[in-house]
Write a protein that binds this ligand. Sequence first.
Ligand SMILES: Nc1ncnc2c1ncn2[C@@H]1O[C@H](COP(=O)(O)OP(=O)(O)OP(=O)(O)O)[C@@H](O)[C@H]1O
Length: 262
Amino acid sequence: MTAGALSFCNISVTTTHGQKPQRLVDDVSLVLNRGEVLALVGESGSGKSLTCAAGLGTLPPGTLMSSGSMRLGSEVLPPEQLRGRLVASIMQNPRSAFNPVRTMQAHAFETLRAMNVPKSQWPECLAAAMQSAGLDASESTLKLHPFEMSGGMLQRMMIALALLGNAPFLIADEPTTDLDLVLQRDILNLLDRMRTDYGLGLLLITHDLAVVARLADRVAIMDKGKIVETGSTHDIFCQPFHPVTRRLLRAHLTLYGLECAF
Ligand SMILES: Nc1ncnc2c1ncn2[C@@H]1O[C@H](COP(=O)(O)OP(=O)(O)OP(=O)(O)O)[C@@H](O)[C@H]1O
């Protein structure tokens, strides 16, 4: 497994339509180390998802990475080369990530085939990944279609599929947003274990500061397409510098009826 850090270097994303391209992500740089959780936090529409999509080469139609590069250690790599093998990803709303007419086994085998894992190893790899994700790897689970599974099971399955490739980095875009509180706790614990057990580097996209406090080592605050502040989770919570960071923290603290010192 590769050891170097994953770097987003000066990433900019613009629109491709309209007379004047609009800059949606503006010169964003981030470094994600193995074994750490970096939270990318910002209000809705600040550019978190597009930054990650640019890094993975999965930008939606109508947008374009106008500048920037991705690096693993000191090596510049095209996003397509990072995706899956080196950087796995899990998304908000797992139901939309699965093909509704295919079983869990079919999804997993497709991933293993794409990863060039020898066919003889598929059952063993799949059972290990599902077990790590807290799923029962029995035939009855593998036969299920997405509509026959709960949101929590689907999120675990998405994590199991991400684990199949043994990627050293994981981008998790709002991984707990649609889940109830107990499942949120279980998924966060699972992601935390993946970081400690596999030395996974986790880029966690969220606007939930409770999730940040639970899991992140460092935080990058994003606003209007730019990174406006980065720091350790402790410093961001105790000594927020930028007005946007302060606003986010104030909103979080008042939501829970807590006093705010700034
Ligand atoms: N395909 C697209 N074409 C044009 N603009 C887009 C497209 N996708 C996203 N945008 C715009 O880019 C900006 C950043 O979007 P992005 O999805 O990255 O925000 P976000 O911070 O992830 O928001 P959220 O927390 O709500 O998911 C938003 O203003 C959004 O409207």
